[in-house]
Design a protein around this ligand. Structure first.
Ligand SMILES: CC(C)(COP(=O)(O)OP(=O)(O)OC[C@H]1O[C@@H](n2cnc3c(N)ncnc32)[C@H](O)[C@@H]1OP(=O)(O)O)[C@@H](O)C(=O)NCCC(=O)NCCS
Length: 417
């Protein structure tokens, strides 16, 4: 006999309760993470304060055979933000795979989020083919890049403003407000928890087995008036013997073109360093355009970043703004029911889009996952129409959707979760 149970983590003085620790151990094992002693595990699991833990439990076994963790987060959308159920830590005990346990725990979480009125769910995935069957569509990808710092020549003379190094004590209070402003510039960018800043700087979390990463550095840039404009956290990815260390950017957030430029100037001017790489840069990263020659920046592979699942069509679609006026009817199929229906999206008033069920004929037919892909404007509906993922029932409807959903800037989110 199995049942899905929901736990509320209790954390006191930075240490989690016994049930939460048991849950965390099971999750770590499913992801092949290092074994930890109970004290480290209890500290790692303290990150889950305020979040929802789900487990599938077998009768007589205190440890779950499947895990899922979720929390309420805010995601930037064109013209505002929307509440999302952020989902992570989906893991199944290696002896219990392919028996429907992932399905059981995820369906339970999505049902609760829908009941609570949360318009959407979001996740990042280790595998590309897992979540579409649950109504998640890929909303956008990131791309890796590499800068050859020896060849980088900045267009402006600079530098401007002031740089200050941060450490584990100063990063949280300095970076959090900057990130909160920076994330509003990128549709798809998610809010972060208070604890995440400490983890970002120390590298100590459940996935690293609480092993500290002592190679991390952080720098804050402020403008001439002293107002912080951006920060970067990076680590030494390859040793510096031979004068050419490679630096890996872990997080870079900028609120202005000047802060963006000066953070990159800092990275490019580090002594002992020959290259800077960033695995989760935006697909349209402006870095090359800062340089007199674009070639020192090479773009690498692109990877899926955020998957979105619409749970409440009117709430999700009215949370964002649209750059053109139109009236489009979407016929959405969703076997789970959350997004199913024929919906009229009316953007006649650009400040207050309206969505209602309608008996009119649909202009396009699509499934819930495809709606998740369209939502932020990161995937072109004409491409989805060309492969049959979206069916044009009115000629030209995919082009109208492309104009309607076009985002003010390319969607990006800087961290996987
Ligand atoms: C991936 C994982 C969570 C799947 O769990 P599971 O309990 O075996 O999955 P389920 O039995 O509920 O399968 C649900 C559906 O997903 C499919 N599926 C499961 N694992 C899959 C995989 N690795 N690739 C493709 N499809 C997969 C199943 O075939 C099933 O499809 P169906 O319902 O259409 O028949 C589990 O193997 C695991 O813990 N992996 C290691 C950790 C991990 O990668 N987690 C995912 C983090 S994003």
């Amino acid at each position: 006999m199995t049942e899905v149970r929901r736990l509320v983590p209790h954390v006191a003085e930075g240490v989690a309760d016994a049930d939460t620790v048991t849950w965390a151990r099971a999750m770590a094992a499913a992801f092949l993470r290092p074994r930890m002693d109970p004290a480290d595990l209890a500290r790692a699991a303290a990150d889950y304060a305020g979040q929802r833990l789900r487990g599938v439990y077998e009768t007589g076994d205190p440890a779950p055979v499947a895990t899922l963790r979720s929390w309420d987060s805010l995601m930037t959308v064109p013209g505002g933000e929307v509440a999302v159920d952020a989902i992570t830590s989906i893991g199944v005990r290696s002896t219990h795979r392919r028996r429907g346990l992932l399905r059981a725990v995820l369906v339970d979480d999505l049902a609760e989020a829908a009941r609570a009125g949360t318009p959407m769910a979001a996740l990042t995935s280790t595998q590309g083919s897992l979540y579409e069957r649950f109504g998640f569509g890929l909303a956008f990808s990131t791309r890796s890049l590499r800068l050859d710092t020896r060849a980088a020549d900045f267009r402006d003379p600079g530098p401007t403003g002031r740089l200050r190094t941060l450490d584990v004590a100063t990063l949280p209070s300095a970076a959090a407000p900057v990130h909160d402003r920076a994330r509003r510039r990128h549709p798809g960018s998610m809010g972060r928890s208070t604890r995440s800043w400490t983890t970002l700087m120390t590298g100590e979390n459940l996935f690293s087995g609480m092993r500290p990463d002592r190679e991390r550095h952080a720098v804050l840039w402020s403008d001439a008036t002293g107002r912080p404009g951006g920060y970067v956290v990076y680590r030494v990815a390859q040793d510096w013997l031979g004068d050419s260390a490679e630096i890996a950017v872990l997080d870079l957030q900028a609120t202005t073109p000047e802060s963006y430029r000066e953070l990159w100037r800092h990275l490019a001017s580090l002594d002992l360093v020959g290259a800077v790489s960033w695995s989760d840069a935006s697909v349209d990263e402006p870095l090359p355009w800062l340089l007199t020659d674009l070639r020192p920046v090479t773009a690498g592979t692109s990877r899926e970043m955020l998957w979105l699942r619409v749970l409440d069509v009117p709430a999700a679609l009215t949370a964002r703004r649209y750059p053109v006026t139109d009236r489009v009817v979407l016929g959405v199929q969703d076997p789970a029911g959350h997004a199913a229906g024929t919906w009229l999206l009316d953007t006649s008033d650009p400040t207050a889009p309206e969505v209602a069920t309608t008996t009119r004929d649909a202009d396009v037919a699509l499934d819930a996952a495809t709606l998740g892909s369209l939502y932020l404007g990161g995937i072109d509906p004409r491409v989805l129409a060309r492969c049959g993922r979206l069916e044009e029932l009115t000629p030209g409807a995919a082009g109208r959707l492309a104009r309607l959903f076009a985002p003010p800037s390319v969607p990006w989110n800087g961290t996987r979760f």
